[in-house]
Design a protein around this ligand. Structure first.
Ligand code: NCD
Length: 307
């Protein structure tokens, strides 16, 4: 992956994923044993964030610093680019000249491709509007593989805003590289997975089932992946109000969920999982998924920036 961009989940193979998962485990050992390392000493990462973020931004910053690298943290960049109307390519070229890698979050689908076209330096897509979020999907896969040792044969249930949720777009693409028993897509019809993404997953040969009732699949689910309804993508807020709490995970839901399952959420949550559920040992969003985000980003930065 040396000097490569990470723009889409589409670019990964099973071999790539096995390698990044191994690297992420290595990074976890480094952090647990030593807290940090200096393998990226002298390297600089620009984090260019045009959309709100806490976890993704924070975990990239922490990842780079734990690898001994430096950071240019630009958060809350006003969309009409750096407030004066600068174009994205100009901003990217500027920061590419200061740094070795650019991490970009942007509200426009495909913005990371535009950025990558503007510079020779590697660009990492940290979320492009309702498009993709490949590094989140990698950390999600890492979390699943860490728990089950595999993806093949699992029943994976994605629930919530599958239309606008970029994490599930990238995750479905990665899952389609494997042979899960079934991927259940649970949403109200207005928030269904975009047909072209669904089609691609089916063409890849995985078994996908769409439904709007969660209860029916809880007993057979191994991985329950819950998402936030993406309010910022709605043009009609009445529609948002109608669907925002279509699925809420409560202790009652957990009684029906398979006892060996895990419950995931990319966070932030805004009511989809009640806080009473957090102490359930199957809830891994706070205890594993979020820390794994930093280890995965350490792995990716190390692979991109060292030979
Ligand atoms: C997600 C995102 O930004 O797409 N958050 C994250 O990166 N962990 C999910 C969301 O905002 O709902």
């Amino acid at each position: 992956m040396y000097k490569k961009d990470i723009l889409s989940a589409d670019q990964f193979t099973r071999e790539d994923i096995a390698a990044v998962v191994e690297k992420a485990k290595e990074m976890r050992d480094v952090v647990v044993k030593h807290g940090a390392t200096d393998i990226l000493k002298g390297k600089i990462m620009t984090a260019l964030f045009y959309e709100p973020s806490s976890r993704t931004f924070g975990s990239f910053i922490a990842a780079m610093q734990r690898l001994g690298g430096g950071i240019i943290p630009l958060q809350g960049v006003v969309y009409s680019s750096v407030a004066k109307g600068e174009s994205l390519p100009d901003t990217v070229r500027t920061f590419a000249s200061f740094s070795d890698v650019i991490v970009l979050r942007h509200p426009t689908v495909g913005a990371s491709h535009t950025a990558a076209d503007a510079t020779e330096k590697p660009v990492i897509n940290a979320g492009d509007g309702p498009g993709e979020h490949p590094t989140q999907a990698l950390l999600d896969l890492f979390t699943i593989i860490d728990r089950f040792g595999k993806i093949d044969g699992l029943t994976i249930t994605l629930v919530g805003d599958l239309k606008n949720g970029r994490t599930v777009h990238s995750l479905l693409t990665l899952l389609a590289l494997y042979k899960p028993k079934v991927v259940n897509l649970v949403s109200p019809s207005v928030l269904a997975m975009p047909p072209e993404r669904l089609q691609k997953a089916k063409q890849a040969g995985i078994h996908v089932a769409e439904m709007d009732k969660l209860d029916d699949v809880l007993a057979t689910t191994d991985v329950l992946y819950v998402t936030r309804v993406q309010k910022e993508r709605f043009t009609d807020l009445d529609v948002y109000e109608r669907v925002k709490h279509a699925y809420v995970i409560t202790p009652e839901t957990m009684k029906k969920l398979n006892k060996n399952a895990i419950l995931m959420h990319p966070f932030p949550r805004v009511g989809e999982i009640e806080t009473d559920v957090d102490s359930d040992p199957r809830a891994v969003y706070l205890t594993q998924q979020i820390p794994n985000g930093m280890y995965m980003r350490m792995a990716l930065l190390a692979l991109i920036l060292t030979r």
